[in-house]
Design a protein around this ligand. Structure first.
Ligand code: PHE
Length: 440
């Protein structure tokens, strides 16, 4: 296979929107609102913000520096800077991307299904019954396959014509949809109670190791860190980019979208009187409680429901694209596949693996727990150790295009000591609780 010349983003806007597209996903709406409601509302939001700044942004800068410095996907990037031994960390990243996409796409398939059924006018009054019918089994698998085909079509188009163009069109649409939903939620009677619940700060919970580990895991998941997605996108950057600034913009946008999505979701939950249905299931709120309530609101509810699930679908698509790109870029680098061939083979393999979580929701939930809470954190920990201790010249790579920044030594120190310590603590607690959840 001939090696195609390395592609590059057309400019800053294209890169930023694509990276924000990767970060803003189901995690911002589905995972964030669920975790916040379980773990003390506003205090959790603050803890999450703190961990995004302290853990997320430094690791994002590390990923961008490695990607740009090597101009390669994770496997080759880590081999380039760390030799053979470290390239296995790159392989772990590719594996994580592969596994996450296989179940992420199943959930994305549900969103597609919700849009289709609502538009066709066939959405039943009971969201729970609908969810049970469509979330597992052959129909779920079919929608997962459709979603994967769309994702593959975009990635096959390449960096500029596929990924960047999709982000340029869809991200503004997504911002408008989520902003619109938040404004609509504001007009509802009883919205105040939702805000109060969302933003009430119950500090008693946030010293709980379990809450801390979930906030840290969510920060990694939501920023697309710990599996090479941001690294891969960074590999299509040129030396002109100011990486600390780009990290801040991506992290800031991701937080803002999660926060605004919360401003939409919580008032709706309270205004619609469904707070008691917001069950322990991570998917219950978005896929059962909200649609059930929307259905009781007549035409307005149906319109809001369509907008809501289109927003989820768009958010999921731009994230899924970045997961597939990790696998595709690595296959192009290491196996010298063409983009088309890499996308077809990787995409088909992921689609096949996704059949399992599509058929059994328990597989999906366990995989999400293992990946979100353990694999991404482990990947981030290994990466922090690599850049903090092993890599010879990380500051040279990070500071290219950012000569004005003086605190790169602080950045490296964060990656050396505090971040690994915190991540070790998080990882230990996560493994313990995932083990308990699976065995117990
Ligand atoms: N950040 C995405 C979300 O919040 C998920 C994701 C994880 C995307 C890892 C890419 C890599 O939904």
């Amino acid at each position: 296979m001939s090696q195609e010349p390395r592609e590059e983003w057309s400019g800053r806007l294209g890169f930023i929107l694509a990276a924000v597209g990767s970060a803003v996903g189901l995690g911002n709406m589905w995972r964030f609102s669920y975790l916040t409601s379980e773990n003390g509302g506003g205090a959790f939001v603050l803890l999450y913000l703190l961990l995004t700044l302290l853990l997320g942004l430094p690791v994002m800068l590390a990923e961008l520096s490695l990607g740009r410095g090597s101009g390669r996907g994770p496997v080759s990037a880590l081999r380039n800077f760390g030799g053979r031994r470290w390239s296995s960390l790159g392989a772990l990243f590719v594996l994580s991307g592969f596994v996450i996409l296989s179940y992420y796409s199943v959930i994305a398939g549900w969103t597609l299904r919700y849009v289709a059924t609502t538009v066709a006018g066939g959405f039943p009054a009971d969201g729970g019954e609908f969810f049970t019918r469509v979330s597992e089994g052959n129909e779920a698998a079919a929608y997962h396959v459709v979603f994967m085909i769309i994702t593959m079509a975009v990635v096959m188009g390449g960096i500029r014509r596929g990924i960047e163009r999709t982000a340029l069109i869809l991200m503004p649409v997504l911002f408008a949809l989520i902003g619109g939903l938040a404004i609509y939620a504001f007009t509802l009677d009883g919205a105040g109670e939702g805000y109060r619940f969302y933003l009430q700060t119950d500090f008693s919970q946030i010293m709980d190791p379990d809450v801390i580990r979930q906030a840290a895991g969510q920060a990694f998941f939501s920023l697309s860190l710990g599996m090479g997605a941001i690294m891969t996108y960074g590999s299509y950057l040129s030396g002109r980019h100011h990486l600390p600034q780009e990290s801040l913009v991506i992290g800031g946008a991701d937080f803002m979208v999660a926060f605004v999505a919360g401003l939409a979701v919580f008032p709706m939950i309270f205004a619609l009187g469904i707070q008691s249905d917001v069950s322990g299931s991570s998917v219950g709120t978005l896929f059962i409680a909200l649609p059930t309530a929307f259905q009781q609101m007549g035409t307005a509810g149906t319109v809001v429901q369509v907008v809501f699930f289109i927003a989820l679908f768009v958010a999921a698509l731009t994230s899924a694209i970045s997961m597939l790109e990790v696998v595709v870029a690595s296959a192009m680098d290491s196996l010298k596949f063409s983009r088309k061939r890499a996308t077809l083979i990787a995409g088909t393999a992921i689609t096949l693996c996704g059949i399992l979580p599509a058929k059994k929701q328990s597989v999906l939930e366990i995989t999400d727990m293992i990946v979100g809470d353990v694999l991404l954190v482990a990947g981030g920990l290994a990466l922090a150790i690599f850049v903090g201790w092993h890599m010879r010249d990380p500051i040279d790579h990070a500071s290219e295009g950012a000569a004005d920044v003086r605190w790169f030594p602080v950045w490296r120190w964060l990656l050396r000591v505090p971040i690994p310590l915190i991540l070790l603590f998080v990882l230990y607690n996560s493994i313990k609780s995932v083990y308990a959840a699976i065995i117990g």
